[in-house]
Write a protein that binds this ligand. Structure first.
Ligand code: PMP
Length: 388
Protein backbone atom coordinates (compact mmCIF):
# COMPACT_ATOMS: atom_id res chain seq x y z
CA UNK A 1 0.00 0.00 0.00
CA UNK A 2 1.39 3.45 -0.86
CA UNK A 3 2.71 5.30 2.16
CA UNK A 4 0.08 8.06 2.31
CA UNK A 5 -2.79 5.60 1.83
CA UNK A 6 -1.41 3.58 4.73
CA UNK A 7 -1.33 6.66 6.94
CA UNK A 8 -4.88 7.63 5.92
CA UNK A 9 -6.13 4.13 6.74
CA UNK A 10 -4.46 4.20 10.09
CA UNK A 11 -6.12 7.53 10.94
CA UNK A 12 -9.49 6.15 9.81
CA UNK A 13 -8.97 3.20 12.14
CA UNK A 14 -8.30 5.59 15.03
CA UNK A 15 -11.50 7.49 14.17
CA UNK A 16 -13.56 4.32 14.12
CA UNK A 17 -12.20 3.39 17.56
CA UNK A 18 -12.91 6.88 19.00
CA UNK A 19 -9.18 7.26 19.47
CA UNK A 20 -8.59 10.04 16.97
CA UNK A 21 -7.29 13.21 18.58
CA UNK A 22 -7.22 16.85 17.55
CA UNK A 23 -5.22 19.58 19.18
CA UNK A 24 -7.61 21.65 21.29
CA UNK A 25 -7.89 25.33 20.48
CA UNK A 26 -6.91 26.57 23.95
CA UNK A 27 -6.54 30.25 24.58
CA UNK A 28 -6.08 32.49 27.56
CA UNK A 29 -5.81 31.15 31.10
CA UNK A 30 -7.37 33.23 33.78
CA UNK A 31 -7.30 31.87 37.33
CA UNK A 32 -9.74 28.98 37.49
CA UNK A 33 -10.75 29.36 33.86
CA UNK A 34 -9.29 28.58 30.48
CA UNK A 35 -10.65 29.63 27.10
CA UNK A 36 -11.28 26.74 24.72
CA UNK A 37 -12.60 27.58 21.25
CA UNK A 38 -13.52 31.01 22.54
CA UNK A 39 -15.50 29.69 25.52
CA UNK A 40 -14.21 30.22 29.09
CA UNK A 41 -14.36 26.91 30.95
CA UNK A 42 -13.69 25.95 34.55
CA UNK A 43 -10.32 24.30 34.16
CA UNK A 44 -10.28 20.85 35.75
CA UNK A 45 -7.63 19.49 33.41
CA UNK A 46 -4.52 21.42 34.34
CA UNK A 47 -1.41 20.08 36.03
CA UNK A 48 -0.71 23.49 37.57
CA UNK A 49 -1.84 21.94 40.85
CA UNK A 50 -0.94 24.89 43.06
CA UNK A 51 -2.16 27.53 40.63
CA UNK A 52 1.28 29.16 40.50
CA UNK A 53 1.29 29.61 36.72
CA UNK A 54 -0.56 32.90 36.85
CA UNK A 55 0.26 33.93 40.42
CA UNK A 56 0.45 37.72 40.21
CA UNK A 57 3.06 38.16 42.97
CA UNK A 58 5.39 35.61 41.39
CA UNK A 59 4.88 37.07 37.96
CA UNK A 60 5.69 40.56 39.19
CA UNK A 61 8.86 39.23 40.89
CA UNK A 62 9.83 37.49 37.69
CA UNK A 63 9.23 40.56 35.54
CA UNK A 64 11.38 42.67 37.86
CA UNK A 65 14.20 40.08 37.83
CA UNK A 66 13.89 39.68 34.08
CA UNK A 67 14.30 43.41 33.54
CA UNK A 68 17.07 43.72 36.08
CA UNK A 69 19.17 40.81 34.83
CA UNK A 70 18.16 40.77 31.18
CA UNK A 71 17.68 36.99 31.18
CA UNK A 72 17.81 35.59 27.68
CA UNK A 73 15.02 33.50 26.20
CA UNK A 74 17.54 31.12 24.67
CA UNK A 75 20.64 29.33 25.86
CA UNK A 76 21.81 28.81 22.27
CA UNK A 77 23.78 25.72 23.12
CA UNK A 78 23.88 22.50 25.10
CA UNK A 79 25.03 22.61 28.72
CA UNK A 80 28.37 20.99 27.95
CA UNK A 81 29.14 23.81 25.50
CA UNK A 82 28.01 27.32 26.44
CA UNK A 83 24.48 26.72 27.77
CA UNK A 84 25.39 26.05 31.40
CA UNK A 85 24.09 29.30 32.84
CA UNK A 86 24.87 29.99 36.52
CA UNK A 87 21.16 29.66 37.35
CA UNK A 88 21.47 25.94 36.55
CA UNK A 89 24.10 25.64 39.26
CA UNK A 90 21.91 27.55 41.69
CA UNK A 91 18.81 25.49 40.94
CA UNK A 92 20.71 22.22 41.31
CA UNK A 93 22.40 23.34 44.53
CA UNK A 94 19.04 24.29 46.02
CA UNK A 95 17.34 21.07 44.91
CA UNK A 96 20.13 18.93 46.36
CA UNK A 97 19.90 20.89 49.60
CA UNK A 98 16.09 20.58 49.79
CA UNK A 99 16.19 16.82 49.32
CA UNK A 100 19.29 16.54 51.50
CA UNK A 101 21.09 14.66 48.74
CA UNK A 102 24.60 15.05 47.38
CA UNK A 103 23.61 16.28 43.95
CA UNK A 104 20.88 17.28 41.52
CA UNK A 105 20.71 17.60 37.77
CA UNK A 106 18.19 19.65 35.76
CA UNK A 107 16.83 18.46 32.41
CA UNK A 108 14.76 20.00 29.63
CA UNK A 109 11.69 17.96 30.51
CA UNK A 110 10.49 14.93 32.39
CA UNK A 111 10.37 13.14 29.07
CA UNK A 112 14.07 13.88 28.54
CA UNK A 113 14.83 12.70 32.09
CA UNK A 114 12.96 9.42 31.86
CA UNK A 115 14.11 8.51 28.39
CA UNK A 116 17.69 9.33 29.32
CA UNK A 117 18.39 8.10 32.83
CA UNK A 118 17.56 4.41 32.38
CA UNK A 119 19.43 3.94 29.09
CA UNK A 120 22.46 5.74 30.55
CA UNK A 121 22.64 3.72 33.76
CA UNK A 122 21.82 0.25 32.46
CA UNK A 123 23.52 -2.30 30.25
CA UNK A 124 22.42 -5.57 28.67
CA UNK A 125 23.29 -7.50 31.82
CA UNK A 126 20.69 -5.55 33.83
CA UNK A 127 16.98 -5.86 34.49
CA UNK A 128 14.41 -3.06 34.76
CA UNK A 129 11.29 -3.83 36.81
CA UNK A 130 8.65 -1.25 36.07
CA UNK A 131 5.12 -0.70 37.41
CA UNK A 132 2.62 -1.66 34.73
CA UNK A 133 1.02 1.80 34.74
CA UNK A 134 4.23 3.81 34.58
CA UNK A 135 4.23 6.81 32.28
CA UNK A 136 5.07 6.51 28.58
CA UNK A 137 8.41 8.28 29.12
CA UNK A 138 9.49 5.52 31.54
CA UNK A 139 8.33 2.87 29.11
CA UNK A 140 10.24 4.55 26.30
CA UNK A 141 13.37 4.89 28.45
CA UNK A 142 13.14 1.20 29.28
CA UNK A 143 12.75 0.32 25.60
CA UNK A 144 15.76 2.37 24.58
CA UNK A 145 17.81 0.75 27.33
CA UNK A 146 19.67 -2.46 26.54
CA UNK A 147 18.52 -4.00 29.81
CA UNK A 148 15.89 -6.73 30.07
CA UNK A 149 12.51 -5.24 30.96
CA UNK A 150 9.64 -6.70 32.94
CA UNK A 151 6.51 -5.06 34.26
CA UNK A 152 5.03 -5.86 37.64
CA UNK A 153 1.28 -5.63 38.27
CA UNK A 154 0.21 -2.12 39.11
CA UNK A 155 1.01 -1.16 42.69
CA UNK A 156 1.59 -4.79 43.60
CA UNK A 157 4.78 -5.14 45.69
CA UNK A 158 4.13 -8.87 46.06
CA UNK A 159 4.34 -9.38 42.33
CA UNK A 160 7.42 -7.17 42.28
CA UNK A 161 9.01 -9.37 44.92
CA UNK A 162 8.29 -12.48 42.85
CA UNK A 163 10.10 -10.90 39.92
CA UNK A 164 12.97 -9.80 42.18
CA UNK A 165 13.25 -13.32 43.58
CA UNK A 166 13.27 -14.73 40.09
CA UNK A 167 16.07 -12.34 39.10
CA UNK A 168 18.47 -13.26 41.90
CA UNK A 169 21.89 -14.12 40.52
CA UNK A 170 20.89 -13.51 36.91
CA UNK A 171 21.73 -9.84 36.41
CA UNK A 172 24.52 -7.34 37.09
CA UNK A 173 21.99 -4.92 38.57
CA UNK A 174 18.21 -4.76 38.97
CA UNK A 175 16.40 -1.42 38.75
CA UNK A 176 12.92 -0.77 40.19
CA UNK A 177 11.06 2.16 38.60
CA UNK A 178 7.77 3.66 39.70
CA UNK A 179 5.78 6.82 39.67
CA UNK A 180 4.92 8.09 43.15
CA UNK A 181 1.47 9.50 42.32
CA UNK A 182 0.22 7.73 39.24
CA UNK A 183 -0.61 10.25 36.55
CA UNK A 184 -3.79 8.66 35.23
CA UNK A 185 -5.13 6.78 38.26
CA UNK A 186 -4.15 9.23 40.97
CA UNK A 187 -3.19 6.42 43.32
CA UNK A 188 -0.02 6.25 45.38
CA UNK A 189 2.91 3.89 45.23
CA UNK A 190 3.79 2.12 48.45
CA UNK A 191 7.21 3.74 48.71
CA UNK A 192 8.21 2.31 52.13
CA UNK A 193 7.50 -1.18 50.79
CA UNK A 194 9.42 -0.53 47.57
CA UNK A 195 12.32 0.90 49.58
CA UNK A 196 12.35 -2.23 51.75
CA UNK A 197 12.38 -4.48 48.67
CA UNK A 198 15.12 -2.43 47.08
CA UNK A 199 17.21 -2.92 50.20
CA UNK A 200 16.45 -6.62 50.53
CA UNK A 201 17.41 -7.38 46.92
CA UNK A 202 20.15 -4.78 46.43
CA UNK A 203 18.20 -3.08 43.65
CA UNK A 204 18.39 0.54 42.51
CA UNK A 205 15.13 2.42 43.12
CA UNK A 206 14.04 5.26 40.83
CA UNK A 207 10.88 7.22 41.66
CA UNK A 208 9.17 9.68 39.34
CA UNK A 209 7.53 12.43 41.42
CA UNK A 210 6.07 14.27 38.40
CA UNK A 211 2.63 14.43 40.05
CA UNK A 212 3.74 14.22 43.67
CA UNK A 213 6.19 17.12 43.87
CA UNK A 214 4.55 20.33 45.03
CA UNK A 215 1.47 18.46 46.28
CA UNK A 216 2.77 15.98 48.86
CA UNK A 217 5.19 16.48 51.70
CA UNK A 218 5.69 19.23 54.25
CA UNK A 219 7.97 21.15 51.89
CA UNK A 220 6.36 19.91 48.67
CA UNK A 221 9.15 17.48 47.81
CA UNK A 222 6.63 14.81 46.93
CA UNK A 223 5.27 11.54 48.21
CA UNK A 224 8.81 10.42 49.01
CA UNK A 225 8.88 13.22 51.58
CA UNK A 226 5.46 12.47 53.13
CA UNK A 227 6.26 8.75 53.17
CA UNK A 228 9.60 9.46 54.88
CA UNK A 229 11.59 7.71 52.15
CA UNK A 230 13.60 10.49 50.49
CA UNK A 231 16.91 9.11 51.76
CA UNK A 232 16.12 5.55 50.64
CA UNK A 233 15.45 6.28 46.98
CA UNK A 234 18.49 6.26 44.71
CA UNK A 235 17.11 8.70 42.15
CA UNK A 236 14.06 10.93 42.60
CA UNK A 237 12.84 12.57 39.41
CA UNK A 238 10.57 15.62 39.52
CA UNK A 239 9.18 17.85 36.82
CA UNK A 240 8.83 21.61 36.73
CA UNK A 241 5.90 21.50 34.30
CA UNK A 242 3.24 20.58 36.84
CA UNK A 243 2.90 21.93 40.40
CA UNK A 244 6.07 23.99 39.91
CA UNK A 245 4.33 25.79 37.03
CA UNK A 246 7.38 26.01 34.81
CA UNK A 247 9.20 23.82 32.28
CA UNK A 248 11.90 21.22 32.72
CA UNK A 249 12.68 18.47 35.18
CA UNK A 250 15.22 17.47 37.79
CA UNK A 251 16.64 14.44 39.48
CA UNK A 252 18.36 14.20 42.85
CA UNK A 253 20.98 11.53 43.44
CA UNK A 254 24.55 11.06 44.58
CA UNK A 255 27.53 12.86 43.08
CA UNK A 256 28.82 9.74 41.32
CA UNK A 257 25.59 9.13 39.41
CA UNK A 258 25.30 12.80 38.49
CA UNK A 259 28.82 12.78 37.11
CA UNK A 260 28.03 9.66 35.11
CA UNK A 261 24.80 11.11 33.69
CA UNK A 262 26.55 14.32 32.64
CA UNK A 263 28.99 12.16 30.71
CA UNK A 264 26.65 9.58 29.22
CA UNK A 265 23.00 10.62 29.17
CA UNK A 266 22.09 11.41 25.60
CA UNK A 267 18.97 13.56 26.18
CA UNK A 268 21.12 15.59 28.58
CA UNK A 269 24.14 15.97 26.31
CA UNK A 270 22.58 16.36 22.87
CA UNK A 271 19.99 19.07 23.42
CA UNK A 272 19.97 22.83 23.75
CA UNK A 273 19.87 23.87 27.40
CA UNK A 274 16.84 25.57 28.94
CA UNK A 275 16.77 29.36 28.58
CA UNK A 276 17.97 31.35 31.60
CA UNK A 277 14.52 33.00 31.80
CA UNK A 278 12.92 29.60 32.42
CA UNK A 279 15.51 28.72 35.07
CA UNK A 280 14.86 32.03 36.83
CA UNK A 281 11.11 31.33 36.92
CA UNK A 282 11.67 27.76 38.15
CA UNK A 283 13.77 29.11 41.00
CA UNK A 284 10.97 31.49 41.98
CA UNK A 285 8.30 28.80 41.98
CA UNK A 286 10.61 26.45 43.87
CA UNK A 287 11.24 29.10 46.54
CA UNK A 288 7.49 29.52 46.93
CA UNK A 289 7.02 25.87 47.89
CA UNK A 290 7.99 26.38 51.52
CA UNK A 291 4.99 28.69 52.01
CA UNK A 292 2.42 26.43 50.34
CA UNK A 293 1.67 23.90 53.05
CA UNK A 294 -1.87 25.21 53.57
CA UNK A 295 -2.56 25.11 49.82
CA UNK A 296 -1.37 21.52 49.64
CA UNK A 297 -3.67 20.48 52.47
CA UNK A 298 -6.62 22.35 50.95
CA UNK A 299 -6.04 20.68 47.60
CA UNK A 300 -5.89 17.17 49.05
CA UNK A 301 -8.96 17.82 51.19
CA UNK A 302 -10.92 19.15 48.22
CA UNK A 303 -9.92 16.11 46.18
CA UNK A 304 -11.01 13.77 48.92
CA UNK A 305 -14.53 15.23 49.22
CA UNK A 306 -14.88 15.38 45.44
CA UNK A 307 -13.84 11.73 45.17
CA UNK A 308 -16.29 10.70 47.91
CA UNK A 309 -19.14 12.55 46.20
CA UNK A 310 -18.39 10.74 42.93
CA UNK A 311 -18.12 7.36 44.65
CA UNK A 312 -21.46 8.04 46.38
CA UNK A 313 -23.01 8.37 42.93
CA UNK A 314 -21.70 4.91 42.10
CA UNK A 315 -18.74 5.84 39.92
CA UNK A 316 -15.51 3.91 39.70
CA UNK A 317 -13.01 6.49 40.96
CA UNK A 318 -9.59 5.04 41.75
CA UNK A 319 -6.82 6.80 43.59
CA UNK A 320 -6.32 8.97 46.61
CA UNK A 321 -4.82 12.21 45.40
CA UNK A 322 -5.60 15.46 43.61
CA UNK A 323 -5.89 13.45 40.36
CA UNK A 324 -9.46 12.19 40.30
CA UNK A 325 -10.29 9.85 37.41
CA UNK A 326 -13.85 8.81 36.65
CA UNK A 327 -13.58 5.54 34.78
CA UNK A 328 -16.06 5.31 31.92
CA UNK A 329 -14.76 2.18 30.22
CA UNK A 330 -15.51 2.97 26.61
CA UNK A 331 -13.96 5.84 24.71
CA UNK A 332 -17.39 6.87 23.53
CA UNK A 333 -18.73 7.36 27.03
CA UNK A 334 -15.68 9.35 28.03
CA UNK A 335 -16.14 11.61 25.02
CA UNK A 336 -19.87 11.95 25.77
CA UNK A 337 -19.24 13.04 29.36
CA UNK A 338 -16.50 15.44 28.30
CA UNK A 339 -18.93 17.04 25.82
CA UNK A 340 -21.65 17.41 28.49
CA UNK A 341 -19.20 18.93 30.94
CA UNK A 342 -18.13 21.35 28.30
CA UNK A 343 -21.68 22.44 27.55
CA UNK A 344 -21.96 23.12 31.28
CA UNK A 345 -18.83 25.27 31.20
CA UNK A 346 -16.40 22.71 32.64
CA UNK A 347 -13.21 21.37 31.08
CA UNK A 348 -12.77 17.74 32.14
CA UNK A 349 -10.83 15.95 29.45
CA UNK A 350 -11.40 12.43 28.20
CA UNK A 351 -8.31 10.23 28.40
CA UNK A 352 -8.29 7.23 26.11
CA UNK A 353 -5.95 4.41 25.11
CA UNK A 354 -3.03 4.32 24.50
CA UNK A 355 -2.61 6.80 27.37
CA UNK A 356 -4.62 4.38 29.55
CA UNK A 357 -5.24 0.62 29.07
CA UNK A 358 -7.96 -0.62 26.71
CA UNK A 359 -11.48 -0.31 28.14
CA UNK A 360 -10.24 1.98 30.89
CA UNK A 361 -11.10 5.32 29.25
CA UNK A 362 -11.91 8.01 31.75
CA UNK A 363 -12.43 11.64 32.56
CA UNK A 364 -9.29 12.72 34.33
CA UNK A 365 -10.06 15.57 36.69
CA UNK A 366 -6.98 17.22 38.09
CA UNK A 367 -7.82 19.65 40.84
CA UNK A 368 -6.03 22.82 41.86
CA UNK A 369 -5.50 24.47 45.23
CA UNK A 370 -7.28 27.63 44.07
CA UNK A 371 -10.60 25.81 43.49
CA UNK A 372 -13.47 25.93 45.97
CA UNK A 373 -15.95 23.17 46.72
CA UNK A 374 -18.68 25.44 45.31
CA UNK A 375 -16.89 25.35 41.92
CA UNK A 376 -17.18 21.59 41.59
CA UNK A 377 -19.95 20.30 43.83
CA UNK A 378 -22.46 20.08 40.95
CA UNK A 379 -20.22 17.85 38.84
CA UNK A 380 -21.12 14.41 40.28
CA UNK A 381 -24.81 15.12 39.54
CA UNK A 382 -23.98 16.40 36.10
CA UNK A 383 -22.12 13.22 35.18
CA UNK A 384 -24.80 11.02 36.71
CA UNK A 385 -27.30 12.72 34.43
CA UNK A 386 -25.32 11.67 31.33
CA UNK A 387 -24.89 8.08 32.38
CA UNK A 388 -28.39 7.41 33.66
N1 PMP B 1 6.52 11.51 34.17
C1 PMP B 1 5.20 11.51 34.38
C2 PMP B 1 4.65 10.59 35.41
C3 PMP B 1 4.37 12.37 33.66
O1 PMP B 1 3.05 12.36 33.87
C4 PMP B 1 4.94 13.24 32.70
C5 PMP B 1 4.12 14.23 31.90
N2 PMP B 1 2.80 14.02 31.75
C6 PMP B 1 6.31 13.18 32.49
C7 PMP B 1 7.07 12.32 33.25
C8 PMP B 1 6.95 14.03 31.46
O2 PMP B 1 7.24 15.27 31.97
P1 PMP B 1 7.37 16.52 31.01
O3 PMP B 1 5.98 16.96 30.71
O4 PMP B 1 8.17 17.50 31.77
O5 PMP B 1 8.06 16.04 29.77
Amino acid sequence: MPFHAFIRNRLDELRSEDRYRVLPDTGKRNGKYITVEGQPLLNLSSNDYLGLGDDSVLRAAFTAAFLEHGYLMTSSSSRLLTGNHYLYEQLERELAHLYDREAALVFNSGYHANTGILPALTCRHDLILSDKLNHASIIDGSRISEAAYRRYRHNDPEHLEELLEDAVGKYRQVFIVTESVFSMDGDLADLPKLAALKKKYGAVLIVDEAHGAGVFGERGLGLSESAGTVGEIDIIVGTFGKAFASTGAYAVMNELIRDYLVNTMRPFIFTTALPPAVLAWSLLTLHRQAAMQVDRSRLLHLASIFRSALVDKGFDVPGESHIVPVITGTNQRALGIAATLREAGVLGMAVRPPTVPENRARIRFSLRASLEWADIEHIPDLISGVLS
